[in-house]
Design a protein. Sequence first.
Length: 243
Amino acid sequence: MHLAATAIVLAIRPHGETGAIVRALTEEAGMLAGYVRGGRSRQHRPVLQPGNVILGDWRARTQDQLPALTVELVHSRAAMHREPLPAAAFDWATALTAATLPEGQAYPQIHAALGGMLDAIEAAPAARGWAAALVRYELLLLAALGFGLDLERCAATGEGEDLAFVSPKSGRAVSGAGAAGYERQLFPLPPFLRHGGAAEWTDIMAGLRITGHFLARDLLHGRAAEVLAARARLIDRLKRAVA
């Protein structure tokens, strides 16, 4: 096995005294793991940061062997890790991606969306510039892995108008009429999730409640408590930023 490709660094785990197992997302080969010799060294630490873009070279003698990985920095986003809110967003988005995507399967839309969102955070660290994109990225990840929400028609009436809620059980939209008497059991549906465009903070937080529910239930249940902790830190910092 031999592959050379640019990739977004997702996760770094110590291995042995000085090495590291690195997971990175490529456009054509999906997420790949590799062992970086000296990955925890002073030389490699600035390169192996979540969100950085690298040129990776994966080599293994067999398909079952963990590849050896050599890395070269293409684009550094390390400066963002010195800013608490962007750092929390980077940590969450990359950890979520690493925890949920299967290895070796191409998801070009996920690669493009993650790269675009990280670019947006880098260009405008204030959350107003990228928080809505983060919600959309979480929705895209759910859809790509088979847990997409149906926000086109009401689950109760079948109509496509007046959609105002989301069912926490089915993930389907519900109209105002269809939700009568059950509003408190449903999530409010912020308009930007269906129509795009800018979003107010109340809408962004409503969107994060929806995606957080389905991510925890369908993708991260029982196996990634530390990943959800990264999301909790991000939500806390977002709330403080807009308070």
